[in-house]
Design a protein around this ligand. Structure first.
Ligand code: 4VN
Length: 321
C-alpha cells in the first residue's frame, strides 16, 4: 500500500430543512421525543436533487478548493446506500457530470460504514496507476424512507461530503479495522426488491427502511469501541493520543456511550446530528469538513474515522490529518 493524504474536504446539503415540529404535524411524534432519544433537531430534505446531484456539488467544491482540473482525477469512488439507479453507478454519473474523463468510477455499498470502506479501497488503489482520487459519501435517504413509520422516518436526512486524496511521501493512514456481520443484515434493511417470480418476473415493490432499532443500537455500542481499539492497536496508539473522533452520526447517545467506553471526554467527539440527522455514508465526511473549516481539526492532528450500521458493518481508520 502506498502512502496518501487528504488534500481537502467539502460537503453539500439540500437547502430545505425540516424541523422536528414540522415532522410532528405529519406523524405521531414530538420535538421532545426526537431530541432526547437521538439528538436530532432538524434534517435537510432534498426536493428533486438526487444522490449524484448532491455528490456532483461536493465534487465541484472539492476540485475548486484544491485547484485540480476534473481531467486530472484518476479515480472516483462514491459510497451510498441510496444510489440513483442499479446502473449507471452514482459514481459514473458524477464522473460524467464533472467531466472527469480520465477517472475510473464505481460505487461502494456498505451503508453507514460506506465512507470508511470506500477510503480503504481508495488507499489500496492509490499509487502506481492512481494518484488523484475523489471519495464521496452521498445519500438521499428521504426517497427510501417510510414516512408512515415514526420509528425510522425521524432519524434520517439527506446530504453529501467528500475528500480528495493524493499520494504523499509520509504515512497518514496509521491503522484501520473493518468488519462485516452479514448474518445480522436483516436488522437494517432498505431497498429490497420484491419480485413476482412468474415468467416473465416483474418487480412488484421496493421496500423502504426497516430497522430493528434496539438490535442495531446494541450492535453499535458493542462493535464500535472494539473496532476503534483494534485500529488504535494496529497503529500502536492509545485513545488518549487521539485529537478528534469523527463517528457516524446515527444517534447522540451512541456517541456518548462510545466516548464513555473509551474513557474520553465528549469534547473530542464533535457532533452535528442536531443539524443533519443520520445521513449514513455522508455523515463522517460532512462532519470532517465542518471540523476542518472550523479549525477543530488541523494538519498533523490524529483523527479517528468510524462508521457503523447496515450490513451489519463497522469500519475505523486512524488518520494523521
Ligand atoms: C447505526 C445505528 C442506528 C440507530 C439505531 C437505533 C436508534 C439509530 C433506537 C432507539 C430509539 C432511538 C433511535 Cl446505531 C442507525 C443506523 C443507520 O444509519 C446505524 N437510532 N434508535 C429510542 O427509543 O430511544
Amino acid at each position: 500500500m502506498n502512502n496518501w493524504q487528504i488534500v481537502t474536504t467539502a460537503s453539500y446539503v439540500p437547502q430545505m430543512t425540516v424541523s422536528n415540529d414540522r415532522l410532528s404535524t405529519i406523524m405521531d411524534t414530538s420535538d421532545e421525543w426526537i431530541r432526547t432519544r437521538t439528538g436530532i433537531r432538524q434534517r435537510h430534505i432534498s426536493q428533486g436533487e438526487n444522490t449524484a446531484d448532491l455528490a456532483t456539488q461536493v465534487g465541484q467544491r472539492l476540485l475548486a478548493k484544491a485547484h485540480w482540473a476534473p481531467t486530472s482525477l484518476d479515480l472516483i469512488i462514491i459510497a451510498t446506500m441510496s444510489p440513483d439507479s442499479y446502473t449507471p453507478s452514482t459514481a459514473a454519473i458524477v464522473q460524467g457530470l464533472l467531466g472527469a474523463t480520465a477517472a475510473r468510477a464505481f460505487d461502494v455499498s456498505a451503508a453507514c460504514s460506506g465512507f470508511v470502506y470506500a477510503l480503504d479501497i481508495a488507499s489500496r488503489f492509490i499509487g502506481s496507476e492512481c494518484h488523484r482520487v475523489m471519495v464521496i459519501g452521498s445519500e438521499v435517504l428521504s426517497k427510501i424512507t417510510n414516512w408512515q413509520d415514526r420509528t425510522t422516518a425521524v432519524l434520517f436526512g439527506d446530504g453529501a461530503g467528500g475528500v480528495l486524496i493524493e499520494t504523499d511521501p509520509e504515512p497518514h493512514l496509521l491503522g484501520q479495522h473493518l468488519a462485516t456481520f452479514g448474518d445480522r443484515g436483516n436488522q437494517l434493511v432498505a431497498g429490497q426488491t420484491r419480485v413476482n417470480h412468474q415468467f416473465p418476473p416483474t418487480i412488484t415493490d421496493v421496500s423502504p427502511f426497516q430497522m430493528n432499532g434496539r438490535a442495531v443500537y446494541r450492535f453499535a455500542t458493542h462493535a464500535v469501541p472494539i473496532s476503534i481499539q483494534t485500529a488504535l492497536q494496529n497503529a500502536g496508539l492509545t485513545a488518549d493520543q487521539v485529537d478528534r473522533f469523527i463517528l457516524h452520526q446515527a444517534n447522540i447517545r451512541i456517541i456518548q456511550q462510545v466516548a464513555r467506553r473509551l474513557v474520553q471526554p465528549m469534547t473530542k467527539f464533535p457532533t452535528n446530528i442536531d443539524q443533519y440527522g443520520n445521513t449514513s455514508a455522508a455523515s463522517e465526511p460532512i462532519l470532517l469538513d465542518e471540523c476542518v473549516r472550523q479549525g477543530l481539526i488541523r494538519r498533523g492532528d490524529l483523527v479517528v474515522l468510524s462508521g457503523f450500521g447496515g450490513g451489519l458493518t463497522v469500519g475505523t481508520m486512524i488518520i494523521k490529518y
